[in-house]
Structures are given as C-alpha cells and as structure tokens.
Design a protein around this ligand. Sequence first.
Ligand code: ISL
Ligand code: CA
Length: 557
Amino acid sequence: MERKWWKEEVVYQIYPRSFMDSNGDGIGDLQGIISKLDYLQELGIGIIWLSPVYQSPNDDNGYDISDYQSIMDDFGTMKDWEELLEEAHRRGIRLVMDLVVNHTSDEHAWFAESRCSKDHPKRDYYIWRPGRAGREPSNWVSFFSGSAWNYDEATEEYYLHLFSRKQPDLNWESEALRREIYRMMTWWLDKGIDGFRMDVINLISKDTEYPDVVSESESPYQWGGQYFMNGPRIHEFLQEMNREVLAKYDVMTVGEMPGATIEEAVKYTSRERNELNMVFQFEHMELDSGEDKWDVKPWKLRELKAVFEKWQTGLQGKGWNSLYLNNHDQPRMVSRFGHDGEFRVPSAKMLATFLHMQQGTPFIYQGEEIGMTNVRFPSIKDYQDIEIKNMYREKIEQGAEREKVMESIYVKGRDNARTPFQWDHTPHGGFTTGIPWIGVNPNYVTVNALQAQADQNSIYHYYRKLISLRKEHDIIVYGDFQMLIPDHEEIVAYTRTLDRQKLLVILNFFGGEPEWQPAWLAEQGFSRENSRLLIGNYPLDDNGPLPDSPFSLRPYE
Ligand code: ISL
Ligand code: CA
C-alpha cells in the first residue's frame, strides 16, 4: 500500500468559536488556538482541520461565507491566521482548511450582483428559477426545514438554498464560477496550507431539471436527495478541480458527503481517478434515526459493526477511509455510543480504540479526548444552532409536544458538540473571562483538560498512547482489516494483518461482562508464546501474555 503522510497522522478538528477565547468577548478565536498549540502537540496529533474562519454573518456559524479571502472579525485578522499557520508548522502540525463551496452567504458580493438583474453576468453563479403557478420551482425541503427555494422580489424569481435562506447554492454548471473557486483555492494553497476538508462537496452537481419529489407523504416539502447527492457531473467537477488545483500540491483532501455509498466512495477516493483522498460517509451516523434525524431510535451493535465492516473492506486496497464518531454537527461520541455516567472514562477509551485501530485516518473532534459529553439546557432560548431553532419552530407549529422536541434536541442537537471546550475548573471552564456565546456544560468542574493532563489514567493520556502506538506500528496504519464474530451482540472483535504480524482488537461495547473464549484467539493464530498485549483501558500488564482460559470482559473493556 502506498505510504502517505495523511494516512499516518491523526487529525484534530477545531471548531474555532468554541475552542479558546483570548480576549474575553466570549467567542473563541485564532489567538486562542495559538495559545493551545502546545497542548495539541503534546497530544500528538499531526494535522488540524480548522472549521471555517472566513468573513461571515454567522447565520450558520461561519458555514455561510461572505468573503473567502478574509478572516472573520470575531476570530482575528489575516495576520493572526498567518501566525497560526507558522506556529503550527513550527510544531510539525499541518493545517487543513474548511472549503465551503456548495453555497455562500447571501451577503457575499457575488450574490449581491447575481440577484440584482436577470442579465447580470454573474446571474448564473447561483441557481435561479421562476415559480410554478405561484409556488416554488420544486417541492424540495431544505436541510434546515421549510422549502429549499426562496423568492426574491428584485427579479421575481426563486433561488435554491439546500441549507438556510442565507446560504444560496452556487451554480457549478457555470464555468466562470468554477474558475473563481479554483483561483481562490490556489490562493490559499499558495499561502502554505496542507489541504481542504470540503463541506457537502457531493452536493455541488444538481439535476438541472430540479424535478419535484413524488411521494405519498402530505408534507409540502420533500427530501430531494436523489436529485443533488452524487449528482450527474460530480466526478467530472472533482476531477477538474484536481487537475486545475490539487494535483499541483502535496495536500490532503477529505470530502464531506451525506448520502455517499461505498460504490461512490470507491470512485471518489481511488488513487487512479484523481478526485479526493477521503470522504466522510454518514451511514454510522444514521443508525439511531427513524424518518429523520430527530426521530430518535436506539442504535444496534450489529448494525454498527456491519457499517464499519462494509467501509473497511470496501475501500481496502482501493481508496482510503476517514474514521470519525463525532464532529461539530453530531452529538458527543461518549453520550451516543458509550456511557456518559459511571462508565464515561472506560467507554470513551473503548470507543477511541474501536476507531483508531481500524484502517483509515482517525479524526478527533475537540473535547473528545477529554470525554466531553452532551448537554441538556433547560430552554430552547439557550440553544444557538439554526438547525435546532428552525426545527423547533416548525415542530411546535405542527402541534408537537415541547418536552418531546427538547428531548430530541438533547439526543441529537448539534449544539451538544458546540459547548465551549472545558480547559479547567474555573468559571466557564477557563474558555473565556467573559460571557461565552453558548453555555458551558456544567460538568466542566470535573471534566476538563487540566484534570485530564494531571491524571495518568485519563482519557487524554489514553489518546496520547493510541497516537504514539500508531507512530510505532505500521500495522495500525496499513494492516488489512477483518471483522470477527459479526453477530455477537456485545463484543466487537477484529484483526489487522500486515506481512507476518497480526493485531487483534477485542472490545466490550456495553456494561455487561460477556465471556471471551481462548479458542477464538487460537483460531486466529494467537498463543501465549507468540503474542503480547499492546494496550487496554483497565489497569493491566500491558506487555504481559494473553490469558489462556475463558475470561470475562469488564464493562466497556
Ligand atoms: O448536521 C447534519 C446532520 O445532523 C447534517 O445534515 C449537516 O447539515 C450536513 O452534514 C452538512 O454539514 C455541513 O454543511 C452545513 C453546515 O451547517 C454544517 O456545519 C457542515 O458540517 C452547511 O454548510
Ligand atoms: Ca474572542
């Protein structure tokens, strides 16, 4: 398998608004990040993915960009950003920027021009359509509730916005627009960045007929994913972007792709096709949803295993996996897949092992490494996320019970991931000396980085160990994956194989004490003589021999 730096490193995602505030205005910023680079270096990560820091009216916390080539005032200046890049590089940490080019803010200069008249040369930078019989051009629903079209009085047409009304979709059919984007990407690459995480990049090519979704459902607006996910020209656009821009640099790319199937992902990430290095797929993020993400149902271990097995074996030798269990859009990993009470520490370590020992590049979302958990704010007024607020308004209007809606927000809301990083036990978790833009999780008094760094048995130190093992053992990066006992209801077990080495991972995913059979070890060729223990989340003799009689796993071991 071909060696690449972006396969061997671990990525750390920073959501700048919530990471560290340097000037007491309650909003995280670039100087705040710079002040924590030593912390990240000690953790051992090799790459930072920085969520958007560009000029933005913050309708969607920076994912609505009004100027791609300047820095958001709240976060600092271009000089601060340059300092961040330099200081990161000085510590051997690469910097990957967020690229949001499915849409801009409606306050971007392009949109102002595009909206002003039907024959403006930039009209086709966005997607404009006349209404049909006084209604929207199609019945597509927006990711953030309501119609995906908005009527604009200036020219009496509608524009498409798959996300908020303040995030009009760019029209990738326009070659001039594509050139502008490639120019902008080149500008950032020439500043010395190390790659891009590409926001919803598999949505950029739409079915240009914008067909209605035909459905039995009574809702006026329908999910139109089949008309814009992995659309007709998507591979052509990505190959063009690769040819025009990416191929000229040694960079890492990961495309965020709701609705990416394994067949599509092979195309997106196969080396010889020259598109992207990795995709973020969502299948494991959908296992606890019914009709939509707010329709919460319990996830099942067998399904979780089946999804990972499919992606592990499906991309093996063809593409490359990204590995993640949470990010700024998802609930906290330990609350969702582990146990955020009594077993918070062992379950967070178990989940980290599950992920980091698979084949692919692991992504840590800020706070994951200290086991930060979901939050339950008492009132909808405590929430900031546009997705949450729109959904709440719509459901209440439709007559839903307040408690039920709040409960779904507690389980799935994006703000679970966006509460400020908990640095220490001082007010607001040491995130700010002012009033934070969103409340801090009250458990900061015990769950914080200061505590975690002082405690050798913390989740934080366990991550350090996982990362350093990755540096020592090629098998963790490059070994082939094989799932064992796929039907077991409590245990996850898999092997990795490289040359004559074999790595076995055994995980108890719940609070019970299931039994492990030594015969399963023998079947895989492991014996007391030829094997040793590499890492475990309970105090044990790390380098000791394997047990030779049936043994019970401890909770979340
Ligand atoms: O959050 C989601 C599921 O709960 C997704 O539907 C999410 O909106 C989708 O994955 C796209 O996410 C990305 O683009 C959005 C932005 O709000 C997200 O923060 C970003 O990660 C629009 O730019
Ligand atoms: Ca600040």
